[in-house]
Design a protein around this ligand. Structure first.
Ligand code: OGA
Ligand code: MN
Length: 291
């Protein structure tokens, strides 16, 4: 009894559509199975959880993330795009540096400057990551918030007409290494990684249904004309990104955020040019997603 009281974590919900702070945990230490189970329960409920004031090395970050599943391997960009899209300091296959910092004019990390549209991490692959973990190492003086939209709520908010019409349908997700532009699905996509996933998925842990599309990489609903698909996708994105569905995280140094990549989509707000931003990311692998 005393033991479980001593190891209880404090979960502070943000009071919005998703997001909770967890207090009383030092992520640089090896956590007990019971604490990990408590974090997992809070995660299933709040979808995005974060810890403030953490001081974690790369090894400690990977060791913590590995408690939630098999660590994800960083996706490799095609050779001719690697330096531009991925960065030259990507030295560990399980880590992605997310940064705009350049060394001798060459990016050290991925995703560069500015805003980034809503997306699912590796949604263009057969097994999108289940989880992403992002640690703030260097931050700009303002901006660069990460925005999370709850896609369970988006599913629940759909008009019945769309729930019926889209049941059983799949959509094409394509990665063209852009951050704020839609994919040209009628161009040649054979060089761009892509995959079809159900428009509605059932979350493997919670059994809840979520809408599984994102503005950045979902290109076409299978079996529909371009005009019908474009019209429906625009309607879906507006529902996903409704302010009432979004939690915006304002970063502080030492923040460690982890999100459920099957129940949320995320985006990044703009930040001042010329200011450095560096985050360290790792992931947990997923399985093929199912309706
Ligand atoms: C990511 C990502 C957003 C950010 O790491 O997958 O989308 O705020 N990051 O840097
Ligand atoms: Mn991302």
């Amino acid at each position: 009894m005393l033991d479980s009281v001593a190891s209880a974590i404090e979960v502070v919900p943000m009071g919005g559509p998703c997001g909770a702070e967890i207090r009383g945990v030092d992520l640089s230490k090896r956590l007990s199975d019971e604490v990990v189970a408590q974090i997992q329960r809070a995660w299933n409920e709040h979808l995005v959880i974060f810890f403030r004031g953490q001081d974690v090395s790369q090894e400690q970050q990977l060791a913590f993330a590995a408690r939630f599943g098999e660590l994800g391997a960083r996706k490799q960009a095609p050779d001719h795009l690697r330096a531009k899209t991925e960065g030259v300091l990507q030295l560990d296959p399980k880590i992605l540096l997310v940064s705009n910092i350049k060394l001798d004019g060459v990016p050290i990390g991925a995703f560069g400057d500015g805003d980034m549209w809503y997306h699912i991490d590796s949604g263009y692959t057969s097994r999108p990551y289940r989880y992403t973990f992002l640690y703030g190492v260097e931050l700009p003086s303002s901006g660069g918030d990460t925005l999370f939209a709850n896609t369970y709520l988006a599913y629940e908010a759909l008009p019945e007409r769309l729930k019926k019409h889209l049941a059983g349908k799949k959509a094409l997700h394509i990665h063209e290494y852009k951050r704020t532009a839609q994919v040209d699905v009628d161009g040649d996509i054979s060089d761009a990684p892509h995959w079809y996933h159900p428009v509605f998925i059932t979350h493997p842990y919670t059994g809840r249904k979520a809408l599984f599309v994102d503005r950045l990489m979902t290109a076409r609903i299978q079996g529909m004309s371009k005009s019908e698909s474009d019209e429906i996708l625009a309607e879906l994105y507006d529902i996903v990104e409704r302010p009432g569905h979004v939690y915006a995280h304002k970063w502080a140094l030492g923040d460690f955020i982890m999100w459920d990549n099957l129940a949320t989509v995320h985006a990044r707000a703009d930040f001042p040019r010329g200011e450095r931003r560096l985050m360290r990311r790792c992931t947990v692998e997923g399985e093929p997603v199912r309706e």
